[in-house]
Design a protein around this ligand. Sequence first.
Ligand SMILES: [Zn+2]
Ligand SMILES: [Zn+2]
Ligand SMILES: [Zn+2]
Length: 85
Amino acid sequence: MLKTECEHYRPEMAAKVGQRSQVCEVCAIEGPLRVCADCGFVGCCESRNSQDTEHWKLTGHAVIVQLPLRETSFTWCYAPNDYLK
Ligand SMILES: [Zn+2]
Ligand SMILES: [Zn+2]
Ligand SMILES: [Zn+2]
């Protein structure tokens, strides 16, 4: 899915996304981690305790970015569960 087609993605998200924590903010494990593009929440992914998914359910923040942040980090939207390109 293209970023322009995602109702949750806003272009300014890419500029402000950063890594404020080196561990999951809920269970303190070291990864793999994702960062919420909306509010900066750092959570572990589905292969651990799925705090990124919990965050989406709790807040409606649908867009996450893979950590650590690199040129190749993927962006993902939980609705409808697809990579944003
Ligand atoms: Zn979306
Ligand atoms: Zn966690
Ligand atoms: Zn968030």
